[in-house]
Design a binder for this molecule. Structure first.
Ligand code: NAD
Length: 500
């Protein structure tokens, strides 16, 4: 698929796609035990794409049994790391080879622009798996500095059976952030995609098997959160859950762990990222570009979206004018159109939620200066205008709660100390950005911000080598980088008395 393909070409390709829609358990595609399915609805036009297997407790149990048997057999955990590396490298290669199909699945299923699915989601997924594959034979265990009569080894071992429960905003990337470190460490992984976006995950299972991942080591159980997700959370033989999603569900998973086997839980939850622009910023145009795309990229459905724009009073008018100009120029519409920059909101429920927050912002006294309405395209589907509020107080609901849509709240502050205080007045702590040319201010802000990532004079910086995750109610544990391996491994001390 090249960039010159038109909307009509892409629609034709989409119409010809065959959707895998079953669970992948024990090395093959199977229906849910009771035959239940749920509708997979495309937000592009509201049509049902296919019916997906709605897995429940019985299916989860089958997957866990297969995972346990595969893990214990050593067919994967017992391989030399370089052998796991070879399989995972092949997996990354197959993802790249199937880029067009995977990008289309992602766009049809959750509404993001096809240009982004192709240029960002698929390559980032392959890159993540390749990076962890490469790490396989480059990480050493440790020997402790003990008395010479002792040999004490600190070994990293796989945890066992791990479940990954992921959201719909970057379906493949969020899955890859778990698949890479979980599999390279030797675990058996069960992936539960979000019900809004199961298709790419289901297809990935098949590509993994084609690459040589043994039966039972990488399985996919699609289904509703309260059924498949809950069953994984409560299962007595799941050793760990790596979760990305809302804080509400994150808290439930902690409860499930306490009610079952104390499985280890790591949480990557929501955010309310402050995007702080100081008056001494050297390039207001660049800051405006980052502020606009920091909230409108991926329809605002980004955990670290810069949803609170905190501007020092003296540059507020100039910055706002620039941000508004950029927002007005964003082409919103059918995500299969290669020209589209903002696609559809994932489903009707999420669109209604975004519109409710916009109404609430107005009721609470914020000034709506751009957008605010649902956009009708001729095909139907769920679209919302890029929306900007001015005169927002940090106590307002739209400044405190995660909207997860294209809605920017603008707040002002008089000096850096006040900016820092407002930035930290949130239950979240996923990320923050600061624009200033003063190196002292930059360092002070970076130190003072209670967030897992701080970006200076840029937004959303980072790559697979840097950890990503939250402070406070944005969760705990980190995805990406070698630190992510901590979530999927146990440390074992082997203490040997020599010469006794
Ligand atoms: P969600 O919490 O509704 O769902 C996430 C996953 O949990 C889905 O697979 C869902 O089926 C499952 N789930 C739902 N109820 C469950 C239950 N009772 N038991 C077990 N599993 C259950 O979140 P969402 O709407 O899919 O995604 C949006 C959220 O994800 C936002 O809050 C966003 O900030 C967050 N997110 C965080 C990061 C990060 O890295 N921190 C990245 C992306 C998204």
């Amino acid at each position: 698929m090249s960039a010159v393909l038109s909307l009509d070409d892409l629609k034709a390709r989409a119409a010809g796609l065959q959707f895998r829609n079953q669970a992948f358990i024990g090395g093959r595609y199977v229906d849910a035990a009771g035959g239940e399915t749920f509708d997979c609805i495309s937000p592009v036009d509201g049509r049902v794409l296919t019916k997906v297997a709605a897995c429940g407790a019985e299916d989860v149990d089958r997957a866990v049994t297969a995972a346990r048997a595969a893990f214990e057999s050593g067919v994967w955990s017992g391989l030399a790391p370089k052998a796991r590396k070879a399989v995972l490298l092949k997996f990354a290669e197959l993802i790249e080879a199937n880029r067009d199909e995977l990008a289309l699945l992602e766009t049809l299923d959750m509404g993001k622009p096809i240009g982004d699915s192709r240029a960002i989601d698929v390559p980032a997924t392959a890159n993540c798996i390749r990076w962890y594959a490469e790490s396989a034979d480059k990480i050493y265990d440790e020997v402790a500095p003990t008395d010479p009569k002792i040999l004490a080894m600190i070994r990293r071992e796989p945890m066992g059976v791990v479940a990954a429960i992921v959201p719909w905003n970057f379906p493949m990337i969020m899955a890859a952030w778990k698949i890479g470190p979980a599999l390279v460490s030797g675990n058996a992984l069960i992936l539960k995609p979000a019900e809004q976006s199961s298709l790419s995950a289901i297809r990935l299972a098949e590509l993994g098997a084609e690459a040589g991942i043994p039966e039972g080591i990488f399985q996919v159980v699609p289904g509703l959160g309260e059924q498949a997700g809950k069953a994984l959370g409560l299962h007595m033989d799941v050793d760990g859950i790596a979760f990305t999603g809302s804080g509400e569900v994150g808290k439930l998973l902690l409860q499930y762990s306490g009610q079952s086997n104390m499985k280890r839980v790591s949480l990557e939850c929501g955010g309310k990222t402050p995007h702080i622009v100081l008056a001494d910023t050297s390039d207001l145009d660049q800051a405006a570009e980052a502020a606009a795309w920091g909230i409108f990229f991926n329809q605002g459905e980004v955990c670290n979206a810069g949803s609170r724009l905190l501007v020092q009073e003296s540059v507020k008018d100039a910055l706002m004018e620039k941000v508004m100009d950029i927002a007005k120029g964003i082409k919103v519409g059918n995500p299969l159109d290669p020209q589209t920059r903002m696609g559809a909101i994932v489903d009707r429920e999420q669109m209604d939620k975004v519109l409710r927050y916009i109404g609430l912002g107005q009721q609470e006294g914020a000034q709506l200066v751009l957008g605010g309405k649902q956009l009708q395209t001729e095909e139907g589907g769920y679209y919302v205008e890029p929306t900007i509020f001015d005169q927002v107080d940090n106590k307002m609901t739209i400044a405190q709660e995660e909207i997860f849509g294209p809605v920017l709240s603008t707040l002002t502050f008089s000096d850096p100390e006040e900016g820092l205080r407002i930035a930290n007045e949130t239950v979240y702590g996923l990320a923050a950005a600061v624009w200033t040319k003063n190196i002292d201010t930059a360092h002070k802000m970076a130190r003072g911000l209670r967030a897992g990532s701080v970006w200076i004079n840029c937004f959303d910086g980072g790559d697979i080598t840097t950890p990503f995750g939250g402070y406070k109610q944005s969760g705990f544990g980190r995805d990406k980088s070698l630190h992510a391996l901590d979530k999927y491994t146990e440390l074992k001390t082997v203490w040997i008395e020599l010469g006794s």
